[in-house]
Write a protein that binds this ligand. Structure first.
Ligand code: NAD
Length: 309
């Protein structure tokens, strides 16, 4: 039987999860968007004795999720109507929905142990044939599914989208040691034809290809800014439009990515490479740690290098 992706589930509804769900909706795919954070009843709903399963509560939650997506800039959806293809939920109550889907893509926090725990849980609700993938920026694909069944590992790979997924053309596919050749070939075709991406195959090395280079570039720029006593906006201008790159070249990009995510991504290379010189190049600057501790995570908290208007 020819494989098709008609229904999908995205796990994690943060910066990337919500935007990946939007791009799948752009391709006409009905998508569950499931997070660990449970939705809460309003005071009124509680007074009425409603539960989270009540259709009125579900449609209020769906409307709120749609409104958030429609407010996101740059717009992740081709058309407002596509938002109706996204069904928000949570991983406790809605986990059995995973049995309905053709592809499960994970976009939760960049942490190996948390991702391993999630896949352990998901395998119990996984149906053979369903493709499973991680949007990790660089955590090991093989390590993430250690302990999972061989059948699960045959269907598992990295599908690394770039931010914002509607606009960034690159999709890195990262097969694990056991990923089925047919799954890789299918996802390559699907990524190119249905999602409009330029697909490259990457090896399962820390941060794969684009992020290994990109993270290094950002860290060097950061160091040079401090050495040269430049300002944030100056660097964004010098590394942006004046040399033909987008306005959001350096620090605006970091704000969009999320400083917490960037710290995890850079630390991943530092922790997992053997070469001492390369290790040293991926040390996270103290200032970034301090900003994360203060909750200055970028656009998602309203304050990063810039204050979000
Ligand atoms: P984020 O912090 O914006 O969102 C993470 C979401 O995951 C949150 O909504 C959180 O509630 C949820 N979550 C945490 N633990 C969970 C669990 N156990 N089960 C279900 N949901 C859980 O993070 P993000 O920026 O969207 O990054 C998600 C993934 O995508 C990471 O692996 C990251 O490296 C990768 N990525 C991020 C970017 C980027 O620019 N931010 C780009 C490419 C890839």
């Amino acid at each position: 039987m020819e494989r098709r992706i008609q229904k999908a589930a995205v796990l994690g509804s943060g910066v990337m999860g919500a935007a990946i769900a939007a791009h799948l909706a752009n391709a006409g795919i009905q998508t569950y968007l499931l997070d660990i954070v449970p939705h809460a009843l309003t005071e009124q709903e509680e007074k009425k004795g409603l539960t989270l399963e009540h259709p009125a509560v579900r449609s209020r939650i769906a409307a709120e999720s749609k409104a958030r997506l429609l407010k996101t800039k740059p717009a992740p959806l081709y058309s407002k109507k596509n938002a109706d293809l996204i069904i928000p939920g949570n991983l406790e109550d809605d986990v059995s929905r995973l049995k309905e889907v053709d592809w499960i893509v994970e976009a939760i926090v960049e942490n190996l142990e948390i991702k391993q725990q999630l896949w352990k849980k998901i395998e119990r609700f996984w149906t053979e044939g369903t493709i499973v993938s991680s949007n990790t920026s660089g955590v090991s694909i093989n390590k993430m599914v250690e302990g999972r069944s061989e059948a699960f590992r045959r269907h598992f790979l990295g599908t690394h989208f770039f931010n914002p997924p509607r606009y960034m053309k690159l999709l890195e596919l990262v097969p694990g040691n056991d990923t089925d050749e047919n799954v890789i070939a299918f996802m390559k075709r699907f990524g190119e034809r249905e999602l409009g991406k330029g697909v490259v195959l990457a090896k399962d090395t820390p941060n794969f290809i684009a992020n290994r280079i990109g993270t290094y570039g950002l860290l060097v720029t950061f160091e040079e800014m401090q050495n040269g006593g430049f300002g944030i906006e100056e660097v964004d201008v010098m590394t942006g439009t004046v040399i033909g790159r987008p306005k959001s070249a350096t620090f605006r990009t970091l704000d969009m990515v999320g400083l917490d995510t960037f710290v995890h991504v850079a630390a991943n290379v530092h922790k997992n490479v053997a070469d001492e010189q390369e290790k040293a190049a991926f040390v996270v600057p103290e200032l970034l740690h301090k900003m994360v501790e203060k909750g200055w995570l970028g656009d998602k908290t309203g304050q990063g290098f810039y204050q979000k208007k």
